[in-house]
Design a protein around this ligand. Structure first.
Ligand code: ZN
Length: 258
């Protein structure tokens, strides 16, 4: 993505999450590229027969996670096609169709499964590279039906890769995720909750990011949920509450965010 980065870097594309500055688009493309390669390396490390092992997602093997990540690349590539052609192309026709695609892909041979991921990642990177500069702010629809800018797909992919790399249950944890990614992800989740009217009394405090707090700005007696940024984000993603404490004692169950 080298030649594209210089263009992206010049574009103002920052939003506040409450946890410091967001990444610029060029840095996001770089992160997405690194993480796509890291995900491929993780797949190469997992022995063939361990692909059938459990992921951290209930009911899903590692195969399902890999197939899902490939399916996500296809879905985002469709959004880039939409932006490029102006012809509406949704991420997925229906949840049933997407689940069927994941089931089907998950049954590929180990080499084909890894190859399918690699091909999906290659096509998405190519689509980012091919997108004309004047189309980068084109409005498209995300998986929840909300309008976003097509440039947001870079961050969506980055987020997807990091979280599902942990879901592979291969030793990687949220602590391995760069702080800037964690901060933005936690900001996304908190905003999603706020937009849905959930977690209104929760104030999220990262103990390793002094002064950083999200949520419940006007609450008189907010419930304070705290932990390191990594542990807090892991909890907010619905992936366990290790390392997190609440001012109320019992740690609340994080509301869904996708
Ligand atoms: Zn996903």
């Amino acid at each position: 993505m080298d030649s594209e980065e210089s263009h992206h870097r010049q574009e103002p594309h920052e939003r506040s999450t409450g946890f410091g500055r967001d990444l610029r688009l060029g840095a996001q493309l770089e992160l997405a590229g690194h993480e796509a390669a890291a995900f491929a390396r993780a797949l190469d490390r997992i022995p063939d027969d361990e692909l059938d092992g459990d992921s951290l997602l209930p009911g899903w093997t590692r195969r399902h996670v890999i197939a899902h990540v490939a399916s996500n690349a296809h879905a985002l590539t469709r959004l880039l096609l939409w932006a490029e052609t102006g012809v509406e192309t949704v991420m997925c026709a229906s949840p049933d169709q997407r689940n069927a695609e994941i089931e089907r892909e998950s049954m590929l041979s180990p080499d084909d499964l890894r190859g399918s991921y690699a091909e999906s990642a290659r096509r998405l990177e190519q689509a980012w590279r091919d997108l004309p500069k004047d189309r980068r702010m084109y409005p498209v629809r995300n998986g929840q039906g909300a309008m976003i800018l097509v440039s947001d797909t870079v961050w969506m992919r980055t987020r997807e890769l990091w979280v599902h790399a942990v879901d592979l249950n291969d030793g990687a944890g949220f602590r391995e995720i760069p702080e800037a990614v964690l901060a933005r992800l936690l900001g996304d989740i908190q905003r999603t909750w706020a937009a849905r009217g959930e977690g209104g009394n929760l104030r999220l405090v990262a103990t390793d990011a002094p002064g950083a707090a999200l949520g419940a700005p006007d609450a008189e007696a907010p419930e304070i949920v705290s932990g390191t940024l990594a542990d807090l984000t892991q909890w907010a993603c619905g992936r366990g509450s290790a390392g997190v404490v609440s001012s109320e004692g019992e740690i609340p169950i994080a509301a869904r965010w996708l």
